[in-house]
Design a protein around this ligand. Structure first.
Ligand code: FES
Length: 192
């Protein structure tokens, strides 16, 4: 079982950080700006995929069920990364959204399945109903996703699939998430 480590799972509620931008841009394959700033946390992860690090599918304890409600919150996932020479401790490997649904927890990758930008969550006018509500949206090409991760307009969105859900487990009131990255630009959800 994973041990909770505050350094590995940091509540990242709030506006996008510079680190968020770097992760999203690198994932999008539009990483000119990100690659020009090699100090950005997460840049290394783009070069050393989770599978190579043996981290794909690893479970992380992120929070407690009581700490969550129906509004999505971001959590940063960090772990130790290794290369031939050294171990870099507590490096950011991803960001996930968690929200409580009854006695369960929904978890989504924050990486957009279209081209890898960082998906945001916030109140906005629903593109179909026009009602003001909390939705997920991608700032790069404007895709909007329902709180359950489904595309609001599958016919017109750039993403070929819904947001990538992640497996969760609750034990003793603690929330664990199995973290993975997925192939971009495909209708099929394929771990990478
Ligand atoms: S990267 Fe999200 S809509 Fe294109």
């Amino acid at each position: 079982m994973s041990k909770k480590n505050d350094n590995q799972a940091q509540n990242a509620t709030g506006e996008a950080t510079r680190r968020d931008f770097c992760l999203g841009a690198v994932g999008a394959g539009v990483g000119v700006a990100a690659l020009a700033v090699p100090v950005c946390a997460g840049a290394k992860m783009a070069l050393y995929p989770l599978q190579q690090e043996g981290l794909s599918g690893k479970e992380y304890e992120l929070t407690t069920l009581d700490a969550l409600d129906e509004t999505p919150r971001q959590f940063v996932i960090a772990d130790n990364l290794n290369d031939a020479w050294a171990t870099e401790a507590n490096q950011t490997i991803g960001v996930v959204y968690l929200r409580r649904v009854g006695e369960a927890v929904e978890a989504f990758q924050s990486i957009c399945p279209h081209a890898g930008c960082r998906i945001k969550a916030g109140k906005m006018k629903h593109p179909v109903s026009g009602e003001e509500q909390t939705l997920y949206f991608c700032p790069c090409h404007g895709d909007v996703f329902e709180l359950n991760g489904e595309r609001v307009n599958p016919e017109t969105t750039k993403s070929a699939r819904s947001m990538d859900s992640l497996e969760t487990r609750i034990e003793g009131g603690k929330v664990f998430v199995k973290f993975q990255n997925f192939q971009l630009g495909t209708a099929e959800k394929k771990p990478v």
